[in-house]
Ligand binder design. Structure first.
Ligand code: 4NP
Length: 155
């Protein structure tokens, strides 16, 4: 069985991408997929910190513990190590496209493109929002996780 290596990327790696990492790992497990997942930020302000308390709270609400994750910044080697690098929004996708070398094998794209029914391509940044904005983040990353798992299961 192929191991799919997927990296989720947002700006700070404390709100959206840690939740995406945790949710996708659980969904992939449910689908019986072999995956290695990680997350990172294009920015470095929060390196070494655990996920935002509100992301952890929403994860717990859905039976997931993401508290052992620690924020890190995207590295050049990620484009060689991961088969897919999925951005949470179009700004971060543009930043990743700028950093990726043409020869790097990783597929680079938007996570929400795996859930076209949402009618949304970017996960809104919940950092300055309320807890319920993080619930919306969960809803979006869960839908995209199901879409990505189905895509990989058919690959
Ligand atoms: P994230 O959210 O990119 O989903 O982790 C943010 C976290 C921190 C900041 C912005 C967005 N910040 O400006 O510090």
């Amino acid at each position: 069985m192929p191991v799919h290596r997927v990296l989720f990327v947002c700006l700070g790696n404390i709100c959206r991408s840690p939740l995406a990492e945790g949710v996708f790992a659980a969904v992939a497990h449910k689908h019986g997929l072999a995956v290695q997942v990680d997350s990172a930020g294009t920015g470095n302000w929060h390196v070494g910190r655990p996920p935002d308390r509100r992301s952890q709270q929403i994860a717990e609400r859905h039976g997931l513990d993401i508290g052992r994750q620690r924020a890190r910044q995207v590295e050049t080697a990620d484009f060689a190590c991961f088969s897919m690098v999925l951005a949470m929004d179009e700004d971060n996708l543009r930043e990743l496209q700028r950093r990726k070398h043409a020869a790097d094998p990783a597929h680079l794209g938007l996570f929400l493109d795996f859930a076209p029914g949402l009618g949304l391509r970017s996960v809104p940044d919940p950092y300055y929002g309320e807890l319920e904005d993080f619930e919306e983040t969960y809803r979006l990353v869960h839908a995209a996780s199901e879409g990505l798992a189905q895509h990989l299961a058919g690959a």
